[in-house]
Write a protein that binds this ligand. Structure first.
Ligand code: BV8
Length: 240
């Protein structure tokens, strides 16, 4: 039986909920690469463009057409029944893990539902889209809220907690992430280095160079329920 599990999720876990992944957005979003739009420089260059990018994604998330899927729910079951320690780190900025019921959750790249005061760094749950009139209440004069999102070139949140968890876990599972963005893409190396078992769940077969010891190829929503059952039954991955 495992005693400390770290899970890293990416856009692929939200794909079956109807949220588009970055792979199908790269360069497709208004002919801009995500790296151009999701940067402080992009925001300084064209604040309305970046606000539109996040307002559109927040609108999709709140449209009522997007709901947690079986993969999110399987992680909630793991959190509720696993007797060891579990930390779910998500690169996703949607709130599907929360809506499914996850509590021990770390949004390392921020949250779509929140804005941040650029001066005080205080975060606010958004009541309306980003715009010139959506300002903080902590400063005089009030400051225009920015997306509470970690952009390229900005430091992700919770890195100390993440490194501590990776240093001590005995199982690291990455679900629905292409492993293209650092530092998240390097977590598997850290887990391997500290002797953990490492597994990935991904739609793409592991034909690319991968550091994971085990690969579960297929949809997260179809693989996770059984994988969680096996873990809760005390099965060790790769033992059968
Ligand atoms: C930092 C918020 C330093 C934005 C995001 C060169 C080499 C190494 C690093 C760098 C480099 N040049 C620059 C860097 C650093 C850079 C980086 O890694 N760039 C990449 C492009 C090379 N990283 C950063 O800038 C990070 N910060 O390094 O700070 C620093 C140091 C000191 C002081 C200050 C700063 C910050 C990166 C965070 C960027 N923000 N998100 C937003 O959401 O709008 S990144 C964003 O893309 C996501 O959050 C995610 O992390 C990333 C990739 O997305 P994925 O989640 O993996 O999704 P993707 O679509 O790519 O893949 C989906 C996968 O799911 C696929 O594999 C698919 O097969 C699978 N799938 C699909 N459907 C399913 C499925 N699997 C299972 N079931 C399904 N149904």
């Amino acid at each position: 039986m495992y005693r400390q599990i770290v899970v890293l999720t990416g856009a692929g876990i939200s794909a079956e909920s109807g949220m588009s992944t970055f792979r199908d957005q790269h360069g497709l979003w208004e002919q801009h690469h995500i790296e151009d739009v999701a940067t402080p420089e992009g925001y300084a260059r064209d604040i309305e463009l970046v606000e539109r990018f996040y307002n559109t994604r927040r609108q999709q998330l709140n449209s009522g057409e997007v709901a947690p899927n079986a993969a999110h729910l399987a992680l909630v079951k793991l959190e509720a029944e696993f007797t060891g320690e579990l930390l779910v780190i998500t690169q996703n900025v949607d709130d599907l893990h929360e809506r499914a019921g996850s509590k021990r959750l770390l949004h390392m790249h921020g949250e779509l539902a929140k804005g941040r005061c650029p001066q005080s760094l205080q975060t606010f749950v958004l009541r309306e889209p980003f715009g010139v009139d959506n300002c903080c209440t902590c400063c005089i004069p009030a400051k225009r809220l920015r997306p509470h999102i970690v952009w390229f070139g900005e430091m992700p949140f919770g890195m100390d907690r993440i490194h501590d968890a990776l240093d001590h876990c005995d199982l690291f599972i990455a679900i629905g992430t292409s492993g293209t963005v650092y530092p998240a893409a390097g977590f598997v190396d850290s887990a391997n280095h500290h002797g953990a078992q490492t597994a990935e769940v991904n739609l793409d077969p592991a034909d690319r160079h991968s550091q994971f010891q085990y690969h579960f190829t297929g949809k997260a929503g179809e693989i996770l329920p059984q994988l969680v059952e096996d873990i809760l039954a005390g099965k060790v991955i790769g033992s059968e």
